[in-house]
Ligand binder design. Structure first.
Ligand SMILES: NC(=O)c1ccc[n+]([C@@H]2O[C@H](COP(=O)([O-])OP(=O)(O)OC[C@H]3O[C@@H](n4cnc5c(N)ncnc54)[C@H](OP(=O)(O)O)[C@@H]3O)[C@@H](O)[C@H]2O)c1
Length: 347
């Protein structure tokens, strides 16, 4: 391939608009040449995150916004195709903020502090896509969120929202490996069956077809010790009414609420935090970048031992990226949503 395909932002979606191809423009351009201290990375696969909606939507965002005409921001794994940086050789496998494009120009020493830094893949023996999933930021978010922020311990009851999604499916598996009782909340009977039969969750609640409060009454008579929340809104509210004494509520994300409606009023049942002497804490995975090796080593060890399943849901081709991202908001994904852009390089 001699050209670089890039997805550029063409229009900012309204906060309540579903993201689609109409918000982007696919162009072809020349591949950049690296200057001193730079390298060119050929994208192998791209990851996804609900946060990407906030990069482009009108309205509030915790993240830097992308302007019209800019390459859509996103994390990817790639192979170094040309290096003029002393620490990177041609052929190195690297995870970086590649953006939605075939080739990205990277300047490792002048990284934007608001994006996760460029990292060499420690163990290229594992499937490379795993460096965007359980051995990447999704795995680290699950690991530190559950164990560092949530302080989940053996014997405790852990409830997870968006449990069949990328981060949720890893959180549940880590909680099981830690000796917890695990209940997932997910959309639809198929996902709920998969959580119990495929990932060994103790129970799953289909929030689209079941009354979450009634199910939690039955499943958690002594209350919920840790709630790992990926969705916020109504589900957070119901779970708050079911927490145990000294519970920990980990605020990882709020996909059901973010940026659609600036009139979000926050949880109604937060007064239960006082009654139950409970803690609700948000965290940002960027703050754990100095400890990524620790998560990667532990998760890699579990994976190699067959104790952790790598749940990937992979689309094919850079041209599908807008729909790949869209699936996070329509519940179309099971496990970590990725897009394969190019084959793995030969060994
Ligand atoms: N704190 C951090 O540092 C950090 C880092 C990365 C990601 N995050 C957050 O972590 C969360 C999970 O991210 P992920 O990449 O693993 O995404 P994901 O869970 O794979 O995808 C999103 C899932 O959310 C569910 N969902 C979508 N709309 C919903 C709604 N209105 N109500 C309830 N559920 C809804 C869908 O599953 P169903 O079919 O079950 O509805 C969908 O599959 C996101 O909120 C993300 O923003 C936080």
């Amino acid at each position: 391939m001699t050209k670089n395909r890039q997805w550029l932002l063409d229009r900012h979606p309204d906060p309540d608009e579903i993201i689609g191809a109409e918000h982007f423009k696919l162009i072809e351009t020349d591949i950049a040449s690296p200057h001193g201290g730079q390298l060119v990375l050929k994208t192998i696969a791209l990851g996804t995150s609900p946060a990407q909606r906030s990069y482009i939507s009108k309205g509030l965002s915790m993240h830097d916004k992308i302007s019209i005409g800019e390459v859509m921001r996103g994390r990817g794994v790639g192979v170094v195709s040309a290096s003029r940086h002393p620490d990177f050789q041609d052929g190195d496998i690297v995870v970086a903020s590649t953006g939605w494009q075939d080739y990205s120009l990277q300047t490792p020493d002048s990284q934007n502090p608001n994006v996760l830094s460029i990292r060499k893949v420690v163990n290229p023996a594992h499937p490379l896509t795993m460096s965007l999933g359980i051995l990447g930021s999704a795995g680290a978010t699950a690991y530190f969120g559950l164990l560092d922020v949530g302080l989940a311990k053996a014997g405790e009851t852990v409830v997870i929202s968006a449990a069949a999604g990328g981060i949720g499916s890893v959180v549940g598996q880590i909680a099981k490996l830690s000796g917890c009782r695990v209940i997932g909340i997910a959309g639809g009977p198929e996902k709920c069956r998969w959580l119990c039969e495929g990932l060994n969750f103790d129970a799953a609640i289909d929030y689209k077809n079941e009354n979450i409060g009634n199910r939690l009454d039955a499943l958690c008579p002594r209350g919920i010790d840790v709630f790992f929340d990926n969705v916020g809104g109504e589900i957070l509210d119901v779970v708050l009414a079911h927490i145990s004494l000294n519970a920990r509520i980990v605020i990882c994300g709020f996909i059901s609420t973010d940026y659609r409606d600036n009139k979000n009023m926050g949880p109604r049942n937060y007064t239960n935090l006082v009654k139950k002497r409970a803690r609700m804490e948000g965290f940002f995975i960027f703050d754990y970048r100095h400890r990524f090796d620790e998560a990667e080593a532990k998760l890699g060890e579990w994976f190699s031992a067959g104790a952790l399943i790598n749940c990937e849901d992979v689309d094919d081709g850079l041209e599908t990226m807008p729909l790949t991202l869209q699936s996070l908001f329509t519940g179309g994904n099971k496990g970590i949503k990725l897009c394969r852009v190019a084959p793995d390089p030969p060994n």
